[in-house]
Design a protein around this ligand. Structure first.
Ligand code: GNR
Ligand code: NI
Length: 173
């Protein structure tokens, strides 16, 4: 088991665009496993490779109550969008902040599984929101990008201050 470091906004590396995975090999399997360990340890329902500073199109999700039903999606793509819906979102890269975001209500998506097999499926509700949130990460986008510039500015100041304090704490230790 390996825990990976999760980048926090406004780290510019969260803006990098992830590259498609060529072949689903052991490296990708290990990455997916480490990402799941990290997601569980941090209490998230999803995680994108971009958040752990790996620019590969890999996401993991687990919406189950008992945290025992992981999904790993390689090269995920949305192929159809339907309707709109607002949901309260949070992000492991924007700790302690939650806000409403409007996204498609239903999606059809495709991806490669950990065996490299192509899969196509439909999603709605929280799963649809989560997949859209994670694919945004792979494209360097954060949920707070959808908020008003004023909210983004306030959040940036707050998190920059928080990071400064954390760095000072580390120096004292
Ligand atoms: O843990 C998470 N919860 C969440 C809630 C509403 C919408 C999206 C999410 S994803 C987030 C974990 C995360 O940051 N994934 O990138
Ligand atoms: Ni996120």
């Amino acid at each position: 088991m390996a825990l990976l470091n999760v980048l926090h906004f406004p780290n510019p590396r969260l803006r990098l665009k992830a590259k498609p995975v060529g072949t689903v090999d052991d490296t990708i399997n290990t990455l997916a496993k480490d990402m799941l360990d990290t997601m569980y340890a941090e209490g998230g329902i999803g995680l994108a490779a971009t958040q752990v500073d790996v620019q590969k199109r890999v996401i993991v999700i687990d919406l189950s109550e008992h945290r025992d039903d992981p999904m790993c999606l390689i090269n995920p793509e949305i192929i159809e969008l339907e309707g709109t819906e607002q949901m309260q979102e949070g992000c492991l890269s924007v700790p302690g902040y939650y806000d409403l975001v409007e996204r498609a209500e239903k999606i059809r998506f495709r991806y490669l599984d950990l065996e490299g097999q192509a899969v196509e499926a439909n999603a709605e509700g929280l799963l649809a929101v989560c997949i859209q949130h994670e694919i945004d990460h792979l494209d360097g986008k954060l949920f707070i990008d959808y908020l008003s510039p004023l909210k983004q500015q306030r959040l940036r100041k707050k998190l920059e201050k928080q990071e400064r304090l954390e760095r000072q704490q580390v120096q004292v230790l």
